[in-house]
Design a protein around this ligand. Structure first.
Ligand code: ATP
Ligand code: MG
Length: 497
């Protein structure tokens, strides 16, 4: 059984405290000790009860007998004359029956009869006897001496007023019967019961021990299963979701684990996709360069114009390759320095003006009207380099994906917590089913057009990660053929969290 292996392993390798830290050990101890405690309680309660009950039964039985005897003593006038055979026989019988000793005492405290025959004619001074003489029926006493194993019972011998013709109207105590009854049979029974109980308890404890071990092992098996399922996953044997539905608790662990796994898988998938996209993007310019070069080599006597033309193309492919690498590096750097924003108080109006100034030449080239509408003067705590890059990407897109004679409008506004930059254009717009995807790395709506323009599809992904680093938000609204509006909201002061 794996329980044993587990245990002995733990024993050899680790200390007792480690051993006690095991839930399995604790469960075992809990079941086992509870069982043993219950067993002991039952043992003592039953034996104690038995003893008390046996004593009280015997006492009342003997008391009944002595009361009958007391009546006989009066009837036969035994207190005056102890030679009555019938009564003597009765006394002997009683003594034998209870393996005890009967003494008859008269009202002068003289022992007139002793079934042991050793104390006759002596005077007895015993508290119980005196009390019994004085109090009559109320003086009936019984004392249990557990150490010496007997019960001592005193019963008054009362001459009934009516039966005796005494006109005093009172019951007169004429003597006392003192009887000692052996309780040996009770202690014998007790010890027999005790030893039987001990045997049964021993069996119960052994069974309980085995039961606790099995219980602890069985109850905790689902946890082992979780561990081994996770280990299997770790080793890569299986790709399925773990399912250990035995307990609500294990179900919770497993659900949490599966969610974690799903997230890691999603991350892994996106990383793989990223890598394959990168390789693809990097290969495309190289492929075109190879085609161009091969064409030239295949025609050694082509005119110089053709060479120049092709070289021009090759040069622009090299530029493109360099651009992709730059963007990738920017992206990687963004991931690495995600927590290292170089924050400072920046005049956002000034920053936006600078960005627009740098983009104005491209806008002019494309006949795009570029306007800036600053509704408020805003200073915010941001990383200027990174956020400039983000805004620049947005404005650049607005210019690139525009129509001839179009416009790009940048509006800066603020509330008490955030500043809001909206970049609207009169451009081609984004199809509804692409809106969700444009922030993905390398995603471009129209690959051919983007290539023409020189885009790699990394711009928006960089933009979004910068804005998220600033704990800001970016939203996009677009109508195909009419234009697009990006809304960027960034907290005025950086919120840690
Ligand atoms: N203002 C816009 N109007 C229309 N389409 C846009 C706009 N901005 C982005 N897009 C679409 O989203 C895609 C992704 O944009 P992103 O800036 O990430 O890449 P890119 O501009 O193609 O390349 P890069 O910015 O890396 O040079 C673009 O290819 C384009 O199809
Ligand atoms: Mg772009």
């Amino acid at each position: 059984m794996d329980f044993h292996n587990g245990f002995s392993g733990v024993f050899h390798k680790y200390s007792l405290s480690f051993f006690l830290r095991s839930l399995r050990t604790r469960l075992f101890l809990l079941v086992f000790l509870t069982g043993v405690a219950a067993c002991l309680v039952v043992h003592f309660v039953i034996l104690e009860n038995y003893e008390a009950r046996a004593i009280s039964l015997r006492t009342s039985e003997v008391q009944t007998q002595t009361r009958i005897l007391a009546d006989h003593l009066i009837t036969y006038g035994y207190l005056q004359d102890t030679s009555n055979e019938i009564v003597n026989a009765e006394l002997t019988l009683l003594a034998n029956l209870y393996d005890g000793r009967v003494m008859i005492i008269n009202d002068n405290l003289n022992i007139i009869r002793d079934t042991y025959g050793i104390s006759e004619k002596r005077t007895i001074i015993s508290e119980e006897v005196v009390k019994c003489l004085r109090k009559g029926n109320d003086g009936t006493t019984s004392v249990y001496d557990a150490n010496n194993g007997y019960i001592e019972i005193t019963t008054p011998i009362i001459k009934n007023a009516s039966s005796g013709g005494d006109d005093s109207g009172e019951n007169k105590v004429q003597g006392v019967i003192l009887i000692s009854v052996s309780t040996e049979y009770i202690s014998t029974t007790l010890s027999i019961l005790g030893s039987k109980a001990r045997t049964i308890e021993l069996i119960i404890i052994i069974v309980l021990f085995a039961f606790s071990i099995i219980m602890a092992s069985v109850l905790l098996r689902p946890f082992d299963r979780i561990t081994s399922a996770i280990n299997e996953l770790k080793a890569g044997y299986s790709d399925e979701e773990i399912s250990v539905p035995d307990y609500i608790e294990t179900q919770h662990i497993v659900t949490a684990f599966n969610q974690l796994r799903a997230r890691m898988k999603a991350l892994d998938d996106s990383r793989q996709e990223f890598v394959s996209n990168v390789s693809h993007e990097l290969k495309t310019p190289i492929t075109s360069m190879k085609v161009l070069a091969d064409t030239l080599m295949a025609q050694p006597d082509s005119p110089i114009e053709m060479y120049q033309d092709f070289m021009q193309d090759i040069s622009s492919e090299v530029d493109r390759e360099a651009q992709i690498i730059d963007d990738l590096l920017a992206l990687v750097k963004m991931d690495k320095t995600a927590t290292e924003l170089k924050l400072s108080n920046v005049d956002i109006n000034e920053m936006t003006e600078n960005i627009l100034r740098r983009l104005r030449p491209i806008a002019r080239k494309n006949n795009i009207e570029l306007t800036f509408d600053s509704r408020r003067s805003v200073t915010a705590q941001i990383d200027e380099v990174k956020l400039s890059l983000a805004i620049m990407n947005l404005v650049e897109n607005a210019i690139k994906y525009n129509r001839d004679q179009g416009w790009v409008k940048v509006i800066l506004d603020a509330d008490h917590q955030n500043f809001i930059l909206t970049i609207s254009d009169s451009g081609i717009g984004i199809p509804e089913d692409s809106i969700e995807l444009i922030f993905n790395r390398f995603y471009r709506v129209d690959k051919s057009r983007s290539r023409e323009i020189g885009g790699t599809g990394l711009g928006l992904s960089i933009t979004r990660s910068v804005i998220l680093m600033h704990r800001g938000t970016i939203d996009v609204a677009s109508t195909l053929g009419e234009g697009t509006t990006f809304t960027v909201k960034v907290p005025l002061s950086y919120v840690k969290g």
